[in-house]
Design a protein around this ligand. Structure first.
Ligand code: HSE
Length: 448
């Protein structure tokens, strides 16, 4: 599909499916800059319609009643619509709408991370077959142009590590816990009140949202759609205020991160999403609140870190509008063409050069927190188990709890395999003198 001309004016017709916070933000900001955009692109931008579940709901942004639809297929099929913005979320109807538009050769712009993660392979194939285009910058890290960076600006690189804070809600919760000394439950209540937490809270709190985003980054960097069974996905529910303070005592800040590593020599990669300790002097350790930050280490560029607002109406609208502009350029035949057959062949070949690493092959530095009964020899038992698994301890701090006959032990290790740590933990859990399930967190040290 290309842009139709009428009375010598090129027209880009927009259909927005899903007119919630993001959809309204997109139209609000686009309407404000429309004249400039139109002059710059030489195209008239028209909002043909929006599609919503409840047309009678009061909205921040007013749209003529005749432009409000309830059937997404009708809007997608409208021949005046050549750019479909899928901002509805979910993976069932959103998938149908997306594939329908692409099969009609239209350009689709999306903010839907779960959809790209779960159905990206099918969507991308449809693009290459039907000749439309699919843009999804807003699906990862809100206003940070990470997808464009991977696809375009950093295309010269092979990435040994991509590590980032890509869930703003977890970052907000951990930041407030640390800065204000508040409990997880107290801060979570505030986050709910401010509308930061997804309707399905587990997406944020159990790391699923970050996993969706990490899978998208891993595909763009390494050509592999990483299945959930090959990843470690942990949220932040087990992190206590005490852990945050203990980590600071060690010189680290706890952040919820996604880490994608690739070992070129051994031909394997890993993808994990978990709370990690980051040295205080690293950029990511200073990315606070709802902000996101992503550190990419490429073989040509070195380490580059991008920081910005990862969620919210305005940051997301900024990414979607960037994609709409790319969509218009695509329709004019003036854009870099992404997801062509050669592009997909490239990703497939890249993905085939490597497998997922096994727990024996994944090396991490760990932080451990456990409570021990106050008896002589209890620490020696713990160290015996660590020694059996060849785990070398880097630092130890022990805190006594006056009058309780128990103490909290925290320690960090040198790099050791995930498999060794798992075996050590199984043994530690069986010790009569270990009073609660030990907490294990990984340590992440990006280059900058
Ligand atoms: N729940 C997501 C986050 C929203 O907190 O990052 C933006 O994708």
């Amino acid at each position: 599909m290309s842009i139709p001309t009428s009375s010598n004016t090129l027209k880009a017709g927009l259909g927005i499916v899903g007119f919630g916070t993001v959809g309204q933000g997109v139209w609000k900001h686009l309407a404000a800059t429309k004249k400039n955009m139109e002059n710059r692109l030489g195209v008239k931008i028209e909002l043909i319609g929006v599609c919503v579940r409840n047309p009678d709901r009061q909205r921040e942004v007013r749209i003529p009643r005749t432009a409000i639809h309830t059937d997404p297929c009708k809007l997608v099929d409208d021949p005046r619509v050549n750019i479909v913005c899928e901002l509805m979320g979910g993976t069932t109807l959103a998938r149908e709408v997306t594939l329908r538009a692409l099969r009609l050769g239209k350009v689709v712009v999306s903010a839907n991370k779960a959809l790209v993660c779960e159905h990206g392979a099918e969507i991308f194939k449809t693009v290459s077959k039907c000749g439309g285009q699919y843009f999804f910058e807003a699906s990862v890290a809100g206003g940070i142009p990470i997808i464009k960076s991977l696809r375009e600006g950093l295309v010269a690189n092979r990435f040994s590590e991509i590590a980032g804070i890509i869930n703003g809600t977890c970052n907000y919760l951990l930041t407030r816990m640390e800065k204000e000394g508040l409990s997880y439950e107290t801060v979570l209540k505030d986050a709910r009140r401010l509308g930061y937490v997804e309707a399905d809270e587990s997406l944020d709190l159990d790391g699923v949202d970050a996993y969706h985003k990490a899978v998208i980054l891993a595909f763009l960097a390494h050509g592999k759609w990483v299945p959930r069974k090959n990843t470690l996905v942990e949220g932040i529910r087990a992190v206590t205020l005490e852990d945050i303070q203990r980590a600071l005592d060690f010189g680290y800040r706890i952040k919820h991160v996604a880490v994608i590593r690739r070992d070129f020599a051994k031909g394997h990669m890993t993808l994990g999403v978990y709370p990690a300790l980051i040295p205080l002097d690293k950029v990511l350790a200073r990315v606070d609140g709802v902000y996101n930050g992503i550190s990419l280490t490429g073989d040509v560029v070195g380490t580059t870190t991008l920081v910005g607002r990862g969620a919210g109406q305005d940051a997301t609208a900024s990414a979607v509008i960037g994609d709409i502009v790319d969509a218009i350029r695509t329709l004019k035949g003036a854009a870099f063409k992404f997801l062509t057959r050669t592009d997909l062949d490239f990703y497939t070949a890249l993905g085939q050069t490597m497998r997922m690493a096994t727990p024996d092959e994944i090396q991490s530095q760990f932080y451990l927190r456990f409570s021990l009964r106050d008896e002589s020899g209890v620490s020696a038992e713990v160290y015996r188990i660590l020694a059996e698994e060849k785990i070398s301890v880097a630092r130890v701090i022990q805190y006594e709890h006056a009058g309780t006959r128990r103490g909290t032990h925290t320690l960090s290790t040198y790099p050791v395999s995930e498999a060794s740590m798992e075996r050590a933990l199984r043994k530690l859990r069986k010790l009569r003198t270990v009073l609660e399930t030990p907490l294990v967190l990984r340590i992440l040290s990006p280059e900058n």
